[in-house]
Design a protein around this ligand. Structure first.
Ligand code: PLP
Length: 401
């Protein structure tokens, strides 16, 4: 059998390419920040190059924005069956900026200083988002069962009481949960009953594996569309976060009126190359993406096998979406915490669960969007570090992947 082209990428090449993941902690294997090691789709590279070759280095021409809006609208319909008018899709530079906009402009009407409600473990920068605006956040810890993750409905209802801005990340980074339609319905009833609002971060939506289906929150009912704003982007699925383009989807008249007053500056922050790359991703990238999803699907299974072999004390439930694995090392009591332990003892750079809020202690987030042999090298090293807790030769080919 011939090797998959991604399997042939080496650590040396990845370091040489110079991405953040592979250069921030020199000499380590990079499994932390959410970047993929597989480049991006050829049509996207062509579109980005064409943007520069055409001299589009000034402000964004209306046609570039219109193309992005139309292609996003077609993509959302084709991929998720969600019909959105292209005018209601607004450019912005990033999903992080979209959350900031939501906090500033789309909090519950009768409680403009409403707390943020986060479902934890949460995407790390969201933990401190509220405090940047002088607001508080309430963390509602997700419950892990033998079959997956569930919401703590009582705690959620309490946290939303009096009105709040619920940050719903679906698929859920870092636990990889894809919320079912029934769960979204039940969330929407609680949100509506408490006069709350939802910021639905669907940046990982295209990265869902067989057995799960992404349902856009705002698509489930007029009620959900009325109290939510959604952020989507091609940036995770097509590996484009450095090109600075995301999309804010506004699904009710009131929010569109507000945005027409306040949206000018954030809209101008979207980059021309990012707009063109997004259009190319949505119009021409499906085949490339489907190949990547197949590869990642195999990787999440491979990861389970590797963990069973080299780290049998670790609990791992394969994610339903995203290329992030949430690994429970709590049985091992690694000091000072698992991420720091593996950085120094195994030279593997991971994200510490401590950065993800309530329920994160004892866990690490591992990014498995990396070549299979590199993934095997990471887990092999981590297993060796746990077993002996002794130093090993990281240049030994067995460990270097
Ligand atoms: C759930 C989630 N939201 C937002 C972001 C940040 O996206 P952006 O770079 O568009 O701000 C990430 C990045 O990994 C993410 O995983």
């Amino acid at each position: 059998m011939t090797a998959h082209p991604f399997d042939l990428l080496t650590v040396d090449q990845l370091r040489h390419n110079g991405s953040l993941k592979w250069t921030e902690y020199p000499g380590t294997l990079g499994a932390w920040v959410a970047e993929m090691d597989f480049g991006t789709a050829p049509g996207i590279i062509e579109a980005a190059q064409q943007t520069l070759a055409s001299g589009l280095t000034g402000y964004a021409p209306t046609s570039l924005i219109r193309d992005m809006q139309q292609s996003t609208s077609q993509w959302l319909d084709a991929r998720f069956g969600w019909k959105v008018e292209s005018e209601h899709i607004r450019p912005i530079n990033s999903v992080a900026a979209a959350l900031d906009a939501a906090i500033m402009h789309f909090s519950p009407k009768r409680r403009p200083d409403a707390p943020l409600v986060l479902l934890t473990p949460a995407y790390m920068p969201f933990i401190s988002a509220a405090s940047r605006f002088g607001r508080i956040s309430k963390q509602v810890a997700m419950l892990q069962t033998e079959t997956g993750w569930e919401l703590d409905w009582t705690a959620l209802e309490q946290a939303l009481g009096g009105g709040a801005l619920l940050v719903l990340v679906n698929p859920h980074n870092p636990i990889g949960k894809v919320y079912s339609r029934e769960e979204l319905q039940r969330i929407s009833l609680l949100v509506e009953a408490t006069g709350s609002r939802v910021f639905s971060d669907e940046i990982h939506a295209p990265l869902v594996y067989s057995g799960s289906t992404h349902v856009p929150y705002a698509s489930i009912s007029a009620i959900a569309a009325g109290h939510s704003i959604t952020a989507v982007a091609a940036s995770k699925a097509f590996n484009l976060p450095g090109l600075k383009c995301a999309q804010l989807v506004l699904t009710n008249d009131v929010d569109r009126t507000v945005w027409s007053r306040v949206g000018d500056v954030p809209e101008h922050a979207a980059a021309n190359v990012g707009l063109a790359a997004t259009t190319a991703a949505y119009r021409t990238g499906s085949g490339w993406l489907d190949g990547v999803i197949d590869y990642l699907d195999a990787s999440r299974i491979l990861l389970g096998r590797l963990i069973a072999e080299h780290l049998p004390q670790v609990k791992y439930q394969a994610p339903q979406g995203t290329y992030l694995a949430w690994l429970d090392f709590s049985r091992l009591a690694l000091e000072p915490n698992p991420a720091q332990f593996f950085l120094t003892e195994a030279q593997v750079a991971l994200t510490s669960g401590n950065a993800c809020g309530k329920g994160g202690s004892g866990f690490v987030r591992l990014n498995f969007a990396t070549p299979g042999p590199v993934l095997a090298g990471m887990i092999h090293r981590m297993g060796a570090a746990v077993d002996g807790c002794d130093k090993f030769d990281a240049t030994d080919p067995e460990f270097a992947s």
